[in-house]
Design a binder for this molecule. Structure first.
Ligand code: ADP
Ligand code: MG
Length: 389
């Protein structure tokens, strides 16, 4: 990958003015709990996305994605009219948020370059939004705190891109810390950092199936969860978040829900409890038990929330059969994308390759995999871009 400064220069004939980067993330546990007001744990991975930016003194907007190998030109007065390639919605959504703050009148030039796989549940979208938000924040001299940039990026994805995602992705990508798990309480938007035990290793395996979140089962699940809440609020006054219910509530009232809605609700409510237990077991140093909770989370996704896939089930099944794997589960929205495994240091590259071999003979496609440390979140880059991935 070429130096992004050079790419910027080649594309636009002038140098960049700000460079920001943001990592992808894994969802460690807390599946579809965030938009249900629950707790969810994520961690930043080694793969990063970079945004180079320069503000212009006219109305022109030019965007170049090195990954898409595509350059798009629009303007401040026409950018929101649609008809642009879908990927431009992420930076333009963030730009739109800054415009609503009344702080920017003119256009800009931007280059994006990334090693985060897209559409695989590793949150390249939040990385794109957060890196863009940081670069604008820097150039406009706003000094907005990270929490404001997280909120602004989240709104950009909800409103402008049109994906009703919860707060997890932007929070983890924005606040990520080296060796720190980000524990988000999505009902308040607050988070805390939990030091990952030093003897835990994370592996990521990619299926060869990408997901598409707009007009997808993701939106359908979002609607189903809202319908459960509406139905239950008639008999349990004052409930605001599905994740805050007790499993007994689902048992008591499943009679007023159809079977599908009852299963969705049970997944969310039980997953919320697993998140708490996961933290407690990690805190007590019982990594084996924490791993079992990852397996249980996957099982619930598969059977109750129905957001897994044969490829994810296969990977998780293979991984869980290896003694040095503490636990494994799908990571992110599901229906394809990536699985993660929490392992001891005994889990070797040979083990990972053997899982990839088995997958390949089953699905005739080789899954990518890598091990990742837990990395720092989005930041303004002062040094030259170095692709360390
Ligand atoms: P995920 O966040 O899991 O990767 P999403 O569907 O939420 O999946 O977001 C992926 C989308 O983000 C891509 O389809 C693309 O539109 C956009 N995107 C991410 N990275 C880039 C990039 N480097 N260049 C252009 N678009 C990107
Ligand atoms: Mg995304």
């Amino acid at each position: 990958m070429q130096n992004i400064r050079q790419v910027f220069q080649d594309q636009f004939n002038h140098s960049l003015a700000a460079l920001a980067s943001a990592p992808g993330r894994v969802e460690v546990i807390g599946n579809h709990t965030d938009y249900n007001g629950g707790t969810v744990i994520g961690a930043c991975i080694k793969k990063r996305l970079y945004v180079a930016l320069r503000l212009r003194d006219d109305q022109v907007i030019r965007l170049f994605s090195q990954n898409e190998d595509e350059r798009v030109e629009t303007s401040v007065s026409t950018y929101s009219n649609g008809d642009l390639p879908h990927w431009t919605a992420y930076p333009l959504g963030v730009f739109d948020e800054f415009r609503m703050l009344g702080s920017i009148e003119n256009g800009f030039d931007m280059v994006v370059s990334s090693s985060i796989p897209t559409g695989e549940g590793l949150s390249s979208s939040a990385a794109f939004e957060m890196a863009t938000a940081l670069a604008f924040n820097e150039l406009l001299g706003h000094d907005l705190p990270t929490s404001a940039l997280v909120g602004l990026s989240h709104r950009a994805e909800n409103r402008y891109v049109g994906v009703p995602c919860g707060l997890l992705d932007q929070t983890v990508v924005g606040f990520g810390k080296t060796d720190g798990l980000i524990v988000l309480d999505a009902s308040t938007g607050r988070h805390h950092v939990f030091q990952i035990p030093s003897d835990v290793r994370l592996f990521i395996f990619r299926t060869h199936i990408r997901h598409e979140l707009r007009h997808s089962p993701y939106e359908q699940r979002h609607r189903e969860c809202r319908n459960v809440l509406i139905a239950l609020s008639k008999v349990i006054p004052g409930i605001r978040h599905l994740a805050h219910l007790h499993p007994m509530d689902i048992t008591a009232y499943d009679i007023i829900m159809d079977d599908i809605l009852a299963r969705r609700a049970r997944h969310v409510v039980e997953e919320q409890r697993r998140v708490g237990t996961f933290l407690r077991t990690l805190h007590e140093g019982d990594i084996r038990e924490a791993g079992q909770l990852l397996n249980a989370s996957h099982h619930s996704s598969r059977s109750l929330f129905e957001n897994s896939s044969p490829e994810l089930d296969f990977l998780v099944g293979q991984l869980c059969a290896i003694p040095s794997v503490h636990g494994a589960r799908l990571s992110g929205a599901g229906w394809g994308g990536a699985a993660m495994a929490m392992t001891s240091s005994e889990f070797s590259e040979t083990d990972a390759s053997a899982v990839a071999d088995a997958y390949e003979s089953m699905f005739e496609a080789r899954p990518g995999w890598w091990t990742t440390s837990v990395c720092e979140g989005a930041k303004v880059e002062s040094e030259d871009f170095v692709d360390a991935n």
